[in-house]
Design a protein around this ligand. Sequence first.
Ligand code: FAD
Ligand code: DLZ
Ligand code: SF4
Length: 512
Amino acid sequence: MGTLRLVLGDQLSESLASLREVDAKQDLILICEVMQEATYVKHHKKKIAFLFSAMRHFGEELRERGLRVRYVKLDDAENTGSLEGEVGRAVRELEPERLVLTEPGEYRVLEMFRGWERKFGLPVEILGDSRFLCSISAFRKWAHGKKQLRMEFFYREMRKRYDLLMEPDGKPVGGEWNYDKQNRKPPRAGMHSPNRIGHARSGITTEVLALVERRFGDHFGVLEPFQFAVTRDEALKEMRHFIAKLLPAFGDYQDAMVMGEAYLYHSLLSCYLNAGLLLPLEVCESAQAAYRLGEAPLNAVEGFIRQILGWREFVRGIYWTHMPSYAELNFFEAKRPLPEFYWSGKTRMVCLAEAVKHTQQHAYSHHIQRLMVTGNFALLAGLDPAEVCEWYLLVYADAYEWVELPNTLGMALFGDGGIMGSKPYAASGKYIHRMSNYCQQCSYDPGVTVGEGACPFNSLYWDFMARNEGKLRGNQRMPYVFSTWEKMGPGQQKAIRERAETVLENMKKGLL
Ligand code: FAD
Ligand code: DLZ
Ligand code: SF4
């Protein structure tokens, strides 16, 4: 036969590099469901179901285009259980001339790919993943020689390169690069998430849901209700619905958190982008079109495009520029184990209980819950970054290491000591109080720092600063923190640190 072309579970795009120039008669496309990928961390049940269903639909669509597909199901008798095993089996049985791959989203998989030429004794070509808007080499070139990498400057370059929200004279539309000053309002009273579209459940999805319940019943999270799009057409409907109905208020309520409302005005597009059902440029261009047609305001459209064209590409660049050593970084030498409530959601801290509940139910929580609730708590309490990163990688339907690790280790935990961001996103309960309605229903008081009912975030915030003073005092972006701490005087400082100790003890005992 001709060429064997592997498509991974997060490479479900017809424009994928390894599917270019495919010979319909000679070549074979290999897609395989394998235990190793589903269990190297015990992914949320919904994540596995979404991916297996999307993979099966994608395999069918390729067949409908007249291409030859070898689709290996998880329960197939001959399934060896690993990507390497399945590629090896296909090579032995079919004797292809060469193997063509697209670079994967995780370093451990790239290492595996690199060993295959030798292992299988045939030419292996690893192509760049052109679905991203900045190649790894272009990011390295941009980063080269810079003392500090800042997303904002990277983003401006990307805006120019892709001519997104640019005037013909090379200036940004509206005169500013960034409109965050107008964004990030607290929630309105009585605010609810707008309706979301649904998708008819296919036979494939029904079969996959039964499979996941049977084989992964002990994994985190619930399977039903299952509302994910699983084909490109369905993902496009999600995108169009978001652009038409939700994008106009996206900027305003980007950081808001509301009791019982998991989605608010967020797009929920990350899992489709990351699996390849949507492409980043088409999403950015659709948002830009809504602005040009006067259907969405600039602050919302610019903010949304920045997340995809800026942050998403930036974190990928950071990952591939710094791996494999990046995964080992632990700037604060944090080592407390992850408390049980990250799994159970059983805590009196309403903000954390809500974030975990959404995560269990939807394999989703929005950015501010990830950063300022579960992430902020992990940072302040000094939780072991390896455990925290594993949690984030397995609980979210959009999580692959290239995007999860820099966001968790870098942005949320400042575990990389400042590669991703210039200062830790540490915040007391006051931030959560301002941006949500959680505190009204919490038995803790966000306005109090010491004593029984004081919000745990408050004492942990100061304790975090005090115990890491040596590492943070020199940070140019934190001038007021230590002067405020000093002004408190030894009596108040002692009381705060004692309260933090009690909070951490309670966390250990499951009493928080
Ligand atoms: P929206 O709020 O609607 O944003 C639009 C799009 O912008 C997203 O779909 C996403 O593609 C992109 N985006 C926004 N912020 C980021 C970011 N910081 N990095 C990369 N892309 C971004 N995102 C993932 O895709 N996978 C992860 O595993 C992941 N882990 C995270 C872990 C932590 C600790 C934090 C703080 C953030 C993480 N993010 C991750 C980024 C962000 O939280 C999610 O992309 C977002 O919540 C997805 O929901 P949405 O599609 O509704 O996003
Ligand atoms: C996440 C995942 C899961 C759960 N299962 C599979 C699978 O069975 N087969 C596959 O090819 N890919 C799967 N994936 C996605 C891979 O883990 C992903 O391609 C790598 O982590 C690289 O990003
Ligand atoms: Fe969270 Fe503190 Fe508010 Fe309770 S009082 S919801 S713990 S921020």
